[in-house]
Design a protein around this ligand. Sequence first.
Ligand code: NAP
Length: 303
Amino acid sequence: MTIQRVAIIGLGLLGGSIGLAVKEHLPEVATAGWDRDPATRVRAAERGLVGTVCETGTEAVAGSDLVVFCVPVGAIGAVAADLAAAIPADAVISDVGSSKLSVAKALAEALPGHCVIPAHPVAGTERSGPDAGFASLFHNRWCIITPPEGVDADKLAALSAFWEGLGAKVELMDPQHHDLVLAVTSHLPHLIAYTIVGTASDLEGVTQSEVIKYSAGGFRDFTRIAASDPTMWRDVFLTNKDAVLEMLQRFSEDLTALQRAIRWGDGDTLFELFTRTRDIRRSIIEQGQDDARPDFGRSDHAG
Ligand code: NAP
């Protein structure tokens, strides 16, 4: 199978980036897109996020051989069900959702006769909406594909080739394992950032202006993560509940151990942990998964 026409449902950061990346890297592939918000559709057309911005989802999916749902994970099932009758029977159905078990279930229920192959490009920024996308978002980033048992090998190969064509590196994973790995590498860090920024803004005796003025002391990096889209992250925590709660339990225990080390002046424990964590940061940079520059090279991604 070769993918010739892609329907992108949801034209925000992820949907827009896929459209722009296809235009740049796979110009022979046609793209059609739809978003529920008319203002987003207008902006998507102005930016040329997809070849054809459609007025309805039904028009966008007609004749497509790959449909990618790029809406918040809590909405994917309902949006897919609405379009079920219009999606060609042999199309590959995929998504970009940040949690995978619940999305696999929702898509399989909404489109029982279709070939559903969920995916999650582990690439993003804290920005959202039709102005946020850019063609290089997936360059050298992992795209985790979570195929169901007995998946059509030809269709899986076509989806993998599509993501590789956009510059991503593909990894196949069981959805449950995906949810556990992402709970620790992405979901828990976001929860911590949301908590810290919330705590700082609630503090009595420290003014808001002081928090902002002295934010370079570490707080600023948390505010970037805590500025991420509220709808998207609400849905991630509600749909990946079990894995997040498990990781949160582990985190609370480790935090208690650090609390004890500080209370008892156990500098060795603190020093040993901080040395280990510094090595992890170095490995991430060495593997090309982040930038050593203080702004993480994000100024390059503007627009
Ligand atoms: P986004 O920029 O906010 O785009 C999402 C789009 O979906 C918006 O245009 C939004 O329209 C639309 N939408 C929201 N609720 C909808 C509903 N109920 N029905 C139909 N359309 C709806 O978000 P995004 O960052 O692209 O995220 C899209 C997906 O990518 C999510 O599943 C997320 O988990 C996944 N993802 C995100 C990142 C990241 O870093 N952001 C990374 C990897 C994967 P409105 O503006 O009208 O709400």
